[in-house]
Structures are given as C-alpha cells and as structure tokens.
Design a protein around this ligand. Structure first.
Ligand SMILES: *Cc1c(COP(=O)(O)O)cnc(C)c1O
Length: 362
C-alpha cells in the first residue's frame, strides 16, 4: 500500500555532501556533529550511522539521547551538551563512557565526590557572553584548576564556548565573545571549540580545533535573510503529504474551523493530508505556502489536527492524490518558517510521531 500521509523523505547522500561542504569550510577542525533532538527531526540513529565514518564525535542535549545512540551501537564519542544533572546521571555517563560538558559548580562537586570506573572526558564550558551555560571570567580559572587537580578527569580536557548572535554577523557581539573566550583561556591547555553553523560561516577565526555544526548539516540556513543554497548545501529532509480532496467554493463560502477565511470568488480549495497532529503549526503570522506540481499554493483557514486547506487558484491543474511539499528540496524551509513566526529548528523539532520516515540513498 502506498502511504499518503505526511512523510519525511531523508536523503542521506545530501547529508553526506553537506557534511563534506562544511568540513571544507573548516578544513583544520574536527567535527562534533550535532544530533540533538533526534538529529533535528531527521532521525538520530540513521544520521549518526550515516556520518559515523566522517564525524569525530556526536553532540546530544540529554542523557536519553546519548543512550539512544549508545544502544544503537554508535562507537564514536557521544558528548552531552548540558552534561549530567545529578549523580545517577554521572554514573551512567561513566558506565557508557560518554563525554560531558562541565558548566557549573555542582557538576565539579559531583565529579570530585563520586568514584568513577572510567577516565572522564570533559569539555569545560566558558561563558563568553551568552549567559546561558558556563563559567564566567571570574570563575573560570578556579574551575579549570579543579579539573586539572581531579585524577578521574582525562587531561588535557577540552574548552568550549557558545555564540549568542552569530546569525546576525553585522553585530559586534560575536567578535567580543571570541575575544573574551581567548582572553579567559590564554593560559589553559586543551583543544578549543566555539563555532555553531552561523559562526562557522561568518567567523573563520572561530573555527578552532572543533566545529559544532547542526542546522547546516541538515541543509538549512542559520540566517534569516539567506537560504542554504547560497552555500552549496541542500535540504536533507523533504516533508511531503498529499491532496486528499478538492472543494468547489462559491463566493462568500468559508473554509475550516471558525470560518476564518472566505472565498472571494468561485474557486477550488485543496485539502492536504497534514495538520498540527503531524507537527505543522496551527498559528501563522502570514499565510505560508506549500508546493504542488512545482507551483506554490497558500494556506487558507485554520490548520486542523489532521488536515489543512489550500488555495488552488495558483494550481488549477491540481488533482486528488497529488504530492504536496510542505518544505524541502526546491522549496526551502527557510521560506516557510518566517510565515509561521519561527525558525527551521523549531519546525524540525515539532514533527510528531505520526510522521513516516523514508530514507533514500543510504
Ligand atoms: C545546538 C548547538 C550547536 C549547533 O547549532 P546550529 O546552529 O544548529 O549549528 C552548537 N553548539 C551548541 C552548544 C549547541 O547547543
């Protein structure tokens, strides 16, 4: 049976190509490939297996994500971006030999009082101005020395920071953060890691020993005003659905819950087999578009749990069963997200368990 529900077609060849392009942007850096939140909705195990021969390590947000990769047999280092949150988690980190960020005093206390069975690989997180995780200038030296003095910690350990404004290259913040990070770590030993996708593209001087690409690997731009095609990257995911019926509307007839949209003339409206139950947001700022037969059609009315309506006046030849592209190849998600008042990252993360994944070019 052909499945006509919402399908995420994941092109693993494009994923490999994107990785290679990013690697060429920072040829002297190792790559901590970001696969948090199910590899930005692309399927963490598939993505990690596809990139395992290329990436130097994988980054995840929490222990459950790390265990998922560990259980799938991923052998490259798996790194916890927020580290462990309590002793129980630390013991699992130890047992599975995960690498961990150390960003606060509580974590330092825990590794000092907990007996571990394996040498612990840590990434000391420095707060260079984002004020989210990490040790600020006044506390960094002390934290560094405590790790140096801890026999369970592998030396030299790694040093990292994170940029808050790299997607806005016209602002001076990134340069200031870089200067702050280098100032704090002047006398520290260890490999350094600074750059997320936006920083990799805009700041060569931030490539350092390890880059940490996420969104660009998946073929999306981190910048609001540029699509990913400008960098030779391509969308890995194409989210597609189908047209399940076509309605003939007379002028003045309304569409969907709340009757929020009224037909201005005699016209056709299409019903797409996708709704917020699949992860397509209900709220939009301006009407987003979908693509059918290489033409765009605007959403009309309210997105429902399982369906949504589109204006078929731009696609007069549309018929029931036609493929509807919500975003992806030839229709970048960057062109959809602003209408939904968000960014590609969030749309990827919101995809629900109803989505069927189809992997191609394995
Ligand atoms: C998610 C994340 C990244 C990757 O960011 P992208 O913008 O997706 O490239 C890098 N570093 C840290 C600490 C992150 O949390």
């Amino acid at each position: 049976m052909k499945y006509h529900g919402t399908t995420a077609v994941i092109d693993l060849n494009i994923l490999r190509n994107n990785f290679d392009i990013i690697k060429k942007m920072a040829p002297h850096s190792k790559v901590l490939a970001m696969v948090k939140r199910n590899a930005y909705g692309h399927g963490a195990i598939k993505v990690a297996k596809t990139l395992e021969s290329k990436a130097d390590a994988f980054g995840v947000a929490c222990l459950a994500e790390a265990i998922n990769l560990f259980d799938a047999g991923i052998k490259k280092p798996i790194m916890l971006l927020k580290g462990f949150l309590d002793e129980e988690e630390l013991l699992i980190v130890d047992k599975c030999k995960f690498e961990t960020v150390i960003h606060n005093e509580e974590q330092l206390n825990l590794i000092e009082k907990t007996k571990l069975t394996n040498p612990l690989h840590v990434w000391l997180k420095i707060d260079s101005g984002m004020h989210r995780l990490g040790f600020q200038r006044s506390l960094a030296e002390k934290a560094y020395q405590r790790l140096i003095g801890n026999k369970q910690v592998v030396k030299p350990f790694k040093l990292m920071t994170h940029m808050s404004d790299a997607d806005c290259p016209e602002r001076p913040k990134t340069a200031n953060q870089l200067a702050e990070f280098f100032r704090i770590t002047t006398n520290f030993q260890g490999e350094k890691s600074i750059a997320n996708s936006a920083t990799i593209i805009t700041h060569k001087d931030a490539h350092a020993d390890w880059i940490r690409p996420g969104i660009t690997m998946y073929g999306c731009s981190p910048f609001a005003d540029k699509t990913v095609l400008e960098y030779g990257l391509e969308p890995v995911m194409t989210l597609e659905s189908s047209l399940i019926t076509i309605q003939n509307l007379a002028p003045g007839e309304t569409v969907g819950y709340g009757s929020t949209w009224t037909a201005p003339e005699q016209m056709l409206a299409g019903i797409v087999n996708t709704g917020y139950g699949d992860g397509y947001p209900r709220i939009s700022v301006t009407p987003p578009e979908v693509m059918i037969n290489n033409k765009t059609a605007k959403l009309i009315g309210r997105v429902a749990m399982d369906m949504m309506n589109i204006d078929l006046r731009t696609v007069p030849n549309a018929k029931v069963g036609d493929r509807v592209i919500l975003w992806g190849k030839d229709f970048p998600i960057e062109n959809v997200a602003p209408h939904l008042g968000t960014v590609s990252y969030e749309l990827f993360c919101q995809l629900t368990a109803r989505i069927v994944y189809k992997y191609i070019n394995e």
